[in-house]
Design a protein. Structure first.
Length: 159
């Protein structure tokens, strides 16, 4: 049986509420883009700022600003890209990798506190379903967003 539009809308609203709740708590504690830059650099570096911006879906100028702050804090380093001397590569330092790991651990502790009283099989099943959702989104999300945007503008939301 295929998913109905109403069921998809309910899931979309539910996922949005979960993300919003997590983001509200995060925004009070740290800059999510700065943490994103650090974790991408730690996980996938060395990378150009443009690749990090694409991964995080943010403006390249935002990445540049955050890289400078992370570099000042000793958490990332930059070096010239040997393939293009005009570009720089960004990578996490050892201290940056340690901070990214500590950040992940803190997030896992918070999440555990939220779901600690759930039965393990519920956690396992939800994780499997979310991983499936992530895979479906990776395969179809951009295409569906583009198809839905054509001819529909939300001028009020543009900065």
């Amino acid at each position: 049986m295929q998913t109905t539009r109403e069921e998809a809308a309910r899931l979309s609203e539910t996922v949005t509420r979960v993300l919003d709740a997590a983001r509200r708590g995060q925004a009070r504690a740290f800059d999510p883009v700065r943490v994103g830059v650090l974790t991408v650099a730690a996980d996938r570096g060395p990378l150009r700022a443009g690749a990090i911006a694409e991964e995080l879906d943010v403006l390249p100028s935002s990445v540049t600003r955050h890289v400078q702050a992370l570099q000042d804090a000793g958490l990332v380093a930059t070096r010239t890209d040997p393939a293009d001397k005009r570009a720089s590569l960004i990578e996490a330092t050892e201290a940056g990798r340690e901070q990214a790991a500590r950040f992940r651990e803190a997030g896992a502790e918070v999440f555990h506190g939220v779901i600690a009283d759930w039965p393990a099989q519920d956690v396992v099943r939800l994780t499997e379903l979310l991983e499936r959702l992530i895979a479906s989104w990776a395969a179809k999300g951009a295409q569906e967003q583009k198809a839905n945007r054509s001819g529909k503008r939300f001028d009020w939301s543009e900065g």
